[in-house]
Design a protein around this ligand. Structure first.
Ligand code: COS
Length: 385
């Protein structure tokens, strides 16, 4: 067992750190204050190759492993969770699904544009009445001559207003339950497709979030990703990668909290000594360091399993659960270390808390992760009677 990154992996991480510091960080506060989705930044993420890192070179990706991808995502997440969301959605949920399930023609049509950032994609699984019980979709796909007609609604869709392509999951035969689901590649310019921005979010304000409408959208047969009945597996395999990406981004938040808190506690003085001289402040910093290091190890384990092609759903849920809960905890502690200064956006820590909060909700709540982990441990499915 080796706890050291290879020279190449260190370089990947350092390059991502430099990109994040030089290109992302200077924009973060203004974008957050303006609740502005930064399309130019999304293009820059594509230019440097961060929107399709694990995708094969034949289709415009970097052919990197999952550990490498996680190192990049950690650094983007440390700088800005809104930018990290672009990377996670585009890479893990959209491009990853097309790479894994797509036909040659679908890969050639979509992957190069998605990897370069010329096009953006979104992942339309969740619905107004369907969140955790993801198999229970109300969106319907009906077979028509030469294609499909889709009607329904989707909710909480990251990048939904700015995407050129939407992966839409729909039920083809309700009697078949999850085995009737199918996934479709839907150009957002299709007639009958609409999106609406969701306002008023606690955090991730610079991330685009939408509700989607599909009003009799007609698609050719070639829009089907995988086979009819594969939809649930497409979604779950995408989430295996998406949850990993969220977890890696959360390690970045924990790391940013440690760095900001150490900097503040070693320079700010009270009672004529730096804050870090106080044991209660040291205890908070120690708690953050432990959580960051443990979360990083869990993400690394999940990444190594993925790279080895081994089953990793439970281990990915362990990483996602621990890293997301730790990001919230670290951000809360980091504000406490900063005192009143941590409550305004001169420092990144209040944004870390607002942005971390959604990570225990999206791509499967912490409660869903626990049910997945415990099902693997006990062999008993608490989600089914
Ligand atoms: N990869 C590929 N296939 C998978 C899989 C995975 N990770 N996980 C499950 N499957 C397959 C199973 O093998 C099973 O196949 P068969 O029909 O051939 O038996 C099928 O999918 C059904 O699996 P399962 O019984 O686990 O389905 P459940 O309905 O019990 O799934 C959970 C329950 C909670 C795990 C699932 O609904 C879930 O993850 N919900 C949260 C959804 C979510 O994260 N939403 C956020 C959306 S993105 S913001």
């Amino acid at each position: 067992m080796d706890f050291e990154l290879s020279d190449e992996q260190q370089m990947i991480s350092e390059t991502a750190r430099r990109f994040a510091d030089e290109v992302i960080t200077p924009r973060v506060r203004d974008n957050d204050r303006a609740a502005r989705f930064d399309r130019e930044l999304a293009s820059k993420l594509g230019e440097i190759g961060y929107l399709g890192a694990p995708v094969s070179r034949d289709y415009g990706g970097q052919a990197l492993g999952y550990v490498d991808y996680g190192l990049i995502v950690e650094q983007i997440g440390r700088a800005d969770s809104a930018a990290r969301t672009v990377v996670s959605v585009q890479t893990s949920l959209v491009s990853g699904s097309i790479d894994r399930w797509g036909s040659e023609q679908q890969k050639q049509r979509w992957l190069p544009k998605l990897c370069s950032g010329e096009s953006l994609g979104c992942f339309g699984l969740t619905e107004p009445d369907t969140g955790s019980d993801a198999a229970n979709l109300r969106t319907r796909a009906t077979k028509i001559d030469g294609g499909w007609k889709i009607s329904g609604a989707k909710m909480w869709i990251s990048l939904g207003n700015v995407a050129d392509l939407a992966l839409i999951f729909a039920q083809t035969d309700p009697e078949k339950a999850h085995r009737g689901l199918a996934c479709f590649l839907v150009p957002t310019a299709s007639e009958g497709f609409s999106s609406q921005e969701i306002h008023g979010k606690l955090g991730l304000r610079a991330s685009d979030t939408a509700s989607l409408g599909l009003d009799g959208v007609e698609l050719p047969d070639e829009a089907l990703l995988g086979e009819v009945g594969d939809g649930f597996k497409v979604a779950m395999s995408a989430l295996d990668s998406g949850r990993y990406s969220v977890a890696a981004g959360c390690v970045g938040i924990c790391d940013g909290c440690v760095d900001a808190s150490v900097e503040y506690a070693t320079t700010r003085k009270q009672f004529n000594v730096p804050l870090a001289r106080f044991q209660l402040v040291q205890a908070m910093i120690a708690d953050m360091v432990v959580r960051r290091d443990a979360a990083r190890m869990l993400v690394l384990r999940a990444g190594l399993l993925k790279d080895a092609g081994k089953p990793n759903t439970s281990e990915t849920s362990v990483a996602k659960l621990y890293a997301s809960e730790s990001a919230v905890e670290c951000a809360n502690l980091a504000i406490q270390v900063h005192g009143g200064a941590g409550y305004v956006d001169d420092f990144p820590v209040e944004r870390y808390l607002r942005d971390a909060r959604v990570t225990t909700l999206y791509e499967g709540t912490s409660q869903i992760q626990k049910l997945i982990i415990a099902r693997a441990a006990t062999g008993i499915d608490a989600m089914r009677p």
